[in-house]
Design a binder for this molecule. Sequence first.
Ligand SMILES: Cc1cc2nc3c(=O)[nH]c(=O)nc-3n(C[C@H](O)[C@H](O)[C@H](O)COP(=O)(O)O)c2cc1C
Length: 462
Amino acid sequence: MSTDNQSLRAFVEQTEKNDPANVLRIREQVSQQLEMTATVFELDRLNKSPVVIFEKVEGFGMPVVTNVAGNRQLLARCLGATVENLPTAFRERCQKYIPSEIVSKPAWDEVVFEGDELDLTKLPIPFQFTVDAAPYITAGQITARDPETGVDTTGFHRLMLKSKNRLGVSLHSRRRMYEYHRRAEARGHSLPAAIVIGTHPLHYMGSMVYAYPPNVRKYDIIGGLFGEPYRLARCGIENLEVPASAEIVIEGEILAGVHEPEGPFGEFTGYASHRSTQNVFVAKRVRMRRDAWYHSVVSGMSRDHILISCITREGEILNALKRNLPNVRAVHVPHKTCGAFLAIVSMKKIAEGEPRMAMLTALGTELYTKQVIVVDEDVDIYDMEDVMWAMATRVRAEKDVLMVPGVKSAIIDPTSDPLTFTVTKMGIDATMPLKEDFAQRLIISPEQRSRARDILAAANVI
Ligand SMILES: Cc1cc2nc3c(=O)[nH]c(=O)nc-3n(C[C@H](O)[C@H](O)[C@H](O)COP(=O)(O)O)c2cc1C
């Protein structure tokens, strides 16, 4: 058993022990080409989404662990929460920053490859969709420091395998890493960076937080999620700090002034993405555990790729809304709208204008969220059919639809303008007017339902 509770393998071992149905070990040999992604998508079609460990990948000596964020139960357990209160637990914990601590003996300090020995093509990096330009590292947490303030960041960025030491990288979220690289370039130098593969899902979750003060480290947010200091160790590039319990660390830099073709890549939008910031990462050294696991996120519209974005956005939007609208009850960012583009807000409206306030706040939290639907508390925001019913019966388009054109958006949103990367954001108020005599919703009471079930039981139907 792993003794380090902050590692990916500890998470898998604990899940295997406490919830064995949520871990699937594939012992049959699989190909690095397409087979792993197709297997996880096929499981999803069967309504199953466990962690999957491919123990034997043809031509490689390392297991591939994937789908670690495949369902809400897995993530709720990491936070000691229930599925129902997961966004709230996340939202509360990610605001309790806990400073990290440095350890001297990291787990990845067992094997080192540099110079001619360095060869990234020896990692079992899956080639996921036929449209992909190459195999992609999809679970690479890139860490770098702000050249101006020294505050570091960590986040996933897709990495295209180009050669033994060269990776294409797209910083299209245009958050801290993009800005740090821009600042380094403005000072005329490349950005020292480390790619970390194989981290606990709480690192994955914490790395997706976006609304926090500029002096706060993401590692302190991840510490808040763990409820204890996140244990880090210094690696060999500019003493950058990376998780001590990671599986693999690739040290290098994101080049200044160099842009090369990157992509296409099967993105979370469900489309092949040709849009990219086209940056280049050059690896200088690889360090890893002797028995390292390779972690990969299933790309495309998989749950593994999207679910954490759903939960972090639900938490972040709730945080923003609760500041001024305590009567907001919950937020749902559905998987089927790519965990990004659409948010549904449930509120107990007590004054007219509150849905608009909620829309403007939610739409302004970040660039991906471009559509917001606000509903009354009687509507089940986790049931898209109920939400569509509210839209169909409560929206008066001439009053209830708000459009905000020309807003900065996601490069990889296929609807964003190809030159300016802006979109028209939209809010829809699907709440009932407060003072008007509005139509009354039909209800079947719990007592009636209970009696109906007795009737059906007597007729041997249930
Ligand atoms: C699986 C996964 C893959 C991602 N890939 C990319 C990517 O290729 N480029 C990017 O800019 N953001 C990507 N993101 C989003 C960033 O990781 C996220 O916006 C993060 O907060 C950025 O961190 P930063 O502020 O350090 O830049 C990805 C997110 C996930 C969950």
